[in-house]
Write a protein that binds this ligand. Structure first.
Ligand SMILES: Cc1cc2nc3c(=O)[nH]c(=O)nc-3n(C[C@H](O)[C@H](O)[C@H](O)COP(=O)(O)OP(=O)(O)OC[C@H]3O[C@@H](n4cnc5c(N)ncnc54)[C@H](O)[C@@H]3O)c2cc1C
Length: 499
């Protein structure tokens, strides 16, 4: 993702990947949350839909949250959209995107040493032909939860690891099991097993009989380390027995994974010329959020890195990456840690907690808030006096348009900042035009408009907004401040920008 973003901004990237071949392990099953909004506004959704063989993002009626199923079907425009796209296909699409934009991908090349010296980073690499060294302006460690780059840069990675093993499998349906219409199971000799989560003294069990396959999940406290040993049906069956106390018949494996959860975040995502992104920067103790967070890290970092390399970025622009994405990860840690407490609360107290949360989420506002947190769009309390949208992410909902409104697809295509003029404001357009080589001015009409105009960064962060109530001088002053903050104070020469 980062290499593709940088390529778009005219920066060539060398990608060093330890594995000789792409991993075929289907970890994440798709894209979800704000990254889908970003790809829509970039005009890039089609590539990812094709890669996953799906028509487009869908608003799923319910989503798991800490052992509960949150019912989003009552909200006409749910905040959490999902696109089916198994991780190997996602990685292949991202690799193509990066290569097309001029990046070189070297597989079988492992980073083993880093040293910052005289304005460069010296990188020591172990490749198929032996060790070699190179010097580069910047290094970004996108090397996963056990990041070597993070260790070599001496960046602490604090938090907690849960002593829990989760097992997740889809299997064919054996003859003795009947799938019920509500997703539950009827099992010969056992009886009815309900759809969704069942918490017992020994852990959590969940099953689903949707889409003609039997999906089973268990979570147990276990101190054992499994490393990369593949999971077997016998192991899953024993786990179900321990948690549920029954021998559940299981068919042939279709997909099986085992994983554990950590809640960790790097103290900083930047040490000099070395950066962290993705799992190297943060690990969350609940599913469905990590790929979104990692890809949004990349979108945030890329244009700032490119601006620094091209020489137009203000001096402290690169530091905003760590501050902004750490704050975003804190929001994700907030709800994923809360999910741990929700799903691990056993007995009547835990049941009461889950029942209460479920009751609260029957109301639209708290459900929306949780959905926005899961989507990575909730930035916490508004931080701007200028406009409530400032400091939030651009979504179709923020624009008050239909999800995926084609008029706005590709609005951020060039990867530059965009001044979206919704009220024919030549004064604002003229001002933004002074930074013309870095700002696209786009005019559109929305009825009613969410603002007179918005300044949107390439990572969909809304940097500035003004309404018709904003005094003209205030609007001009605050827009100038925002443009100077993100692009520097130098008034750039005006060039024609696409509308
Ligand atoms: C079972 C399972 C299910 C999951 N389900 C979901 C889900 O549904 N939704 C979701 O959002 N997330 C999910 N995740 C998490 C998701 O897979 C990760 O968040 C994602 O892979 C992180 O991407 P990344 O690029 O940051 O790191 P990784 O995918 O870990 O990639 C890091 C890469 O760096 C390479 N590398 C490591 N060290 C070096 C080195 N020294 N030199 C060179 N290369 C190196 C590795 O070989 C690897 O290819 C799941 C994870 C698991 C394990």
């Amino acid at each position: 993702m980062l290499a593709g973003e940088l390529g778009q901004a005219g920066v060539r990237t060398l990608l060093l990947e330890r594995r000789a071949e792409p991993s075929e392990v289907a970890k994440a099953g798709g894209l979800a949350g704000q990254i889908l909004e970003l790809l829509h506004f970039r005009g890039e959704l089609d590539r990812f839909c094709e890669a996953g063989g799906s028509k487009g993002p869908e608003a799923v009626p319910s989503l798991p949250f800490g052992g509960l199923q949150l019912d989003f079907s009552q909200i006409p425009d749910p905040p959490m959209q999902v696109l089916r796209l198994p991780q190997p296909q996602l990685e292949a699409a991202l690799a193509d995107r990066a290569s097309e934009r001029g990046s070189e991908i070297r597989r079988g090349h492992e980073v083993i040493g880093l040293q910052q010296q005289d304005g460069v980073v010296k990188v020591e690499v172990r490749g198929p032909q032996g060790r070699y060294e190179m010097a580069t302006q910047f290094v970004v460690g996108c090397d996963g939860g056990r990041s070597r780059v993070r260790d070599l840069a001496g960046i602490p990675f604090r938090g907690t690891s849960l002593p829990e093993i989760e097992r997740l499998a889809s299997v064919t349906v054996p003859e003795s099991v009947t799938l019920l219409d509500d997703g539950g199971l009827q099992v010969d000799g056992i009886g009815r097993i309900p759809f969704g989560y069942t918490a017992t003294e020994r852990g959590v069990f969940a099953c689903s009989g949707l889409e003609g396959r039997l999906s089973v999940y268990t979570a147990e406290v276990e101190a054992r380390e499994y490393d990369d040993a593949p999971m077997t049906i016998a192991e899953l069956s024993a786990s179900v027995n321990r948690v549920l106390g029954v021998d559940l018949p299981l068919g042939e494996p279709l997909r099986m994974t085992r994983f554990g959860y950590s809640a960790k975040q790097a103290d900083t995502y930047r040490h000099g010329r070395i950066f962290l992104a993705g799992d190297a920067a943060h690990l969350f103790p609940a599913g469905g959020v990590a790929v979104n967070a990692g890809m949004l890290d990349a979108a945030n970092l890329a244009w700032k890195l490119a601006g620094t390399i091209h020489g137009w970025a203000p001096p402290d622009l690169l530091d905003t990456y760590s501050d902004e994405r750490r704050a975003a990860a804190e929001r994700t840690l907030l709800h994923t840690r809360a999910q741990v407490a929700l799903r691990r609360g056993y007995g009547p107290d835990g049941d009461a907690l889950r029942a209460l949360v479920l009751e609260l989420t029957a109301d639209e506002q708290p459900l929306r808030r949780l959905g926005a947190l899961m989507a990575g769009t909730d930035a916490g309390a508004p931080k701007s006096q200028v406009h409530p949208l400032v400091g939030t992410f651009l979504t179709s909902r923020a624009l008050s348009v239909q999800q995926g409104d084609p008029r706005f697809a590709g609005m951020l295509r060039t990867g530059r900042l965009v001044l979206l003029d919704l009220a024919d404001r030549p004064d604002l357009r003229e001002l933004a035009g002074r930074w013309g080589e870095h700002v696209d001015v786009i005019r559109a009409t929305i009825d009613p408009p969410p603002a007179d105009a918005l300044l949107i960064r390439p990572d969909t962060h809304i940097a500035w907004a003004a309404t018709s109530q904003t005094a003209v001088q205030t609007a001009l002053r605050t827009l100038r401040e925002a443009l100077s903050t993100w692009l520097g104070t130098r008034p750039h020469q005006r060039t024609e920008s696409p509308a």
